[in-house]
Design a protein. Structure first.
Length: 235
C-alpha cells in the first residue's frame, strides 16, 4: 500500500508537468470560443481529464485542487457536454443541484432534478432554464481543465479510478487524515444528500471515492504517459 501524502504530492507534480505540456489550464467556456481547442487533435480522441474550480486550492493555498476526474472516448465532446446542461452529464446535474440548494431553491427544484428537461411541466420549464443559464452554467464554465490523451480503454479506467481514490477524502479504513480538503465554501459541501460528493471533496459521485489506494502502479503509468516515455519525470 502506498503512502498517501507522498502519492498525492507525486500526482500533482506529474499533473503540473502535464498542464505545462498542454499550454496551461483552459476554462470550460473556451470550448465554445477557442478555435484552437475545437481543432486540437488530442481533444478529438480518447483520454482522461481533470477539472478545477476557481478559489479551490490545495493546502498550500496556491496550487489549484482537482475537483473532478473523468475519462472519455472523445475528450472534446465529453467536456463540452459537462458545460452544456444538466441533462448532458451527471457532473452538470450535481452542480445544478448544489447551486439550487445554495441559492435556497433546493426544495422547490428537488422534484425536477431527476427529470429530463422534456419531462418538466411547461409552467416550470422557463423558470428552470433561466436558473440554469443565469446561475448554473456560468459556474461550470468558469471551471478549468487539463487533459491527457490515453488510447487504451483499460488504461483510462485505471488512471481514472486511481486518481479518484487517491484524491478522495471520503472516510474509509485506509484514509488517515484528510489531505487537501475542500474549502469551507466549496459548493459541493452543500450536497448532504450525496455524501460521496460532500465528504470526498470531488464531484465524482461513484464508488471510486470509497476505494482503497492500492499499490499506486497507475501513478507510474500516469507519469510515463505525461513524459511521453517510460522514464520518470525529472525535477
Amino acid at each position: 500500500m502506498m503512502e498517501r501524502q507522498q502519492a498525492v504530492g507525486r500526482f500533482y507534480k506529474i499533473l503540473q508537468h502535464n498542464i505545462a505540456k498542454r499550454g496551461g489550464r483552459y476554462e470550460l467556456s473556451a470550448l465554445f470560443s477557442s478555435r484552437s481547442l475545437y481543432s486540437n487533435p488530442e481533444l478529438n480522441h480518447a483520454g482522461v481529464y481533470f477539472i478545477f474550480e476557481p478559489n479551490e486550492f490545495r493546502e498550500d493555498s496556491v496550487t489549484p485542487r482537482v475537483v473532478y476526474v473523468g475519462k472519455a472516448k472523445g475528450l472534446f465532446i465529453r467536456l463540452e457536454r459537462h458545460s452544456r446542461d444538466r441533462d448532458s452529464s451527471s457532473f452538470a446535474g450535481n452542480v445544478f443541484a448544489a447551486v439550487a440548494k445554495a441559492a435556497g431553491r433546493g426544495d422547490g427544484f428537488t422534484p425536477f432534478l431527476k427529470e429530463y428537461w422534456r419531462d418538466i411541466p411547461d409552467g416550470r420549464y422557463g423558470e428552470m432554464r433561466a436558473f440554469e443559464f443565469d446561475l448554473v452554467l456560468p459556474v461550470i464554465r468558469k471551471m478549468s481543465f487539463t487533459w491527457l490523451p490515453v488510447s487504451s480503454t483499460d488504461q483510462r479506467q485505471r488512471l481514472e479510478e486511481g486518481a479518484i481514490a487517491l484524491l478522495s477524502n471520503f472516510p474509509r479504513a485506509d484514509l488517515g487524515s484528510a489531505i487537501d480538503p475542500s474549502s469551507p465554501t466549496w459548493l459541493g459541501r452543500t450536497m448532504n444528500s450525496k455524501p460521496r460528493i460532500s465528504e470526498s471533496g470531488l464531484w465524482n459521485n461513484n464508488k471510486d471515492v470509497k476505494c482503497e489506494l492500492g499499490d499506486g502502479a497507475w501513478l507510474d503509468e500516469f507519469e510515463a504517459l505525461v513524459a511521453g516515455r517510460g522514464l520518470p519525470i525529472e525535477d
